[in-house]
Design a protein around this ligand. Structure first.
Ligand SMILES: [Zn+2]
Length: 348
């Protein structure tokens, strides 16, 4: 009996000290990070380059410039991992106080690691991009995980785990849990004019409207529970954003539509990922003031300069484009992340 009690005590002490030890070791290896914050973004992946880059249409160059291929992305991930990047949640950088002000937060990372935020622009699977060798939509596979529905060049519909960044990154983090701090994945920047995630949720009078809403909701719920978050990328992505000529009235209508048709599905967000990088950076611009009055606090533009600026009530940040243009033009900008020569698909 005495031996049994001693054994139980021994196991108990072992468990206690084991737990204490592991918690201690995580704390020990994390240090205050004071270096650069990296934020990169991608569009949906091209899985059949022939259909995107060498079609009979006259917009092949657009696909070459703005997209990368699945093969390129599958080479990028291990390079980022090897180069000591770790995924973080953008909201670990700031805290919103009760008076709506923003407070910079200290970032603690394992020694030698660099923080990386990934965002995915226009993850809407627009109908205009059908037949161009990209996924159709995000769906749940038979295990209930987010997967891609694709159409093969011979017209077969398949559910795959490598048709776009979401399942590829999910699986990479499962294989390399230390690539993600607290399970962070990325920010999905959605417009709304052609629905979201491949579901035609903008056609509110269509017969299948409720089916589309339900389909989108299931995927959104799973994405949120697996480390993904959402941002507004405007409702319309209209050209007047890039020109900077969109009027305040038009922006109001656009923002209301986003709230009604997209936030109603993905929930409220304080992240605005500007369409074409447009974030109305002048703080006195009435359009910036309006967006802030609508709850947006984090404004993400486009640029390779690692620009980040905390103000008392907003955070501005630039994101580096990782696309075909960047891989092949002035690619020295990418040197912190990976060597572009190792990445570029020979099919380009
Ligand atoms: Zn966009």
């Amino acid at each position: 009996m005495k031996n049994i009690i001693i054994s139980i005590l021994f196991i108990f002490c072992f468990l206690i000290s084991g737990t204490a030890f592991s918690a201690e070791s995580v704390k020990d290896t994390s240090v205050l990070y004071t270096g650069k914050i990296y934020h990169i973004f991608f569009h949906s992946l091209v899985i059949y380059p022939n259909l995107a880059f060498f079609s009979k249409k006259d917009d092949n160059q657009t696909y070459k410039d703005y997209m990368i291929t699945r093969d390129e992305f599958e080479k990028i991930l291990p390079e980022l991992y090897k180069n000591n990047f770790v995924l973080i949640e953008i909201n670990s950088l700031y805290k919103v106080n009760s008076d709506n002000s923003i407070e910079k937060q200290n970032l603690y990372l394992p020694v030698g690691k660099k923080p990386l935020i990934i965002s995915l622009d226009d993850l809407n699977y627009y109908r205009t991009k059908k037949d161009r060798g990209m996924a159709n939509k995000l769906v749940l596979d038979q295990n209930g995980n987010v997967a891609t529905e694709i159409v093969t060049p011979d017209g077969k519909i398949e559910i795959t785990r490598d048709g776009d960044i979401v399942p590829l990154l999910d699986d990479f983090v499962i294989a390399h849990p230390d690539f993600s701090i607290d399970g962070a994945k990325g920010i999905i920047a959605l417009t709304g004019f052609d629905g979201v995630l491949g579901y035609r949720t903008s056609k509110i009078y269509a017969k299948n409207y409720s089916t589309e809403i339900l389909g989108a909701q299931k995927v959104i719920e799973k994405l949120k529970s697996t480390g993904w978050s959402f941002a507004s990328h405007s409702y319309s992505h209209r050209a007047s954003f890039v020109a900077g000529t969109i009027s305040l009235e038009e922006l109001k209508k656009d923002t209301e539509l986003w709230r009604d048709r997209v936030a109603s599905l993905v929930g409220n967000t304080n992240i605005f990922i500007g369409p074409f990088g447009q974030v109305f950076r002048n703080k006195n611009d009435p359009r910036r003031i309006y967006l802030m009055s609508q709850g947006f606090k984090v404004f993400c533009g486009v640029g390779m300069d690692l620009y980040i600026n905390y103000s008392s009530n907003y955070l501005d940040m630039n994101r580096a484009d990782i696309d075909g243009y960047r891989l092949t033009h002035a690619s020295f900008y990418l040197k912190d992340y990976f060597d572009p020569k190792l990445i570029v698909d020979y099919l380009r």
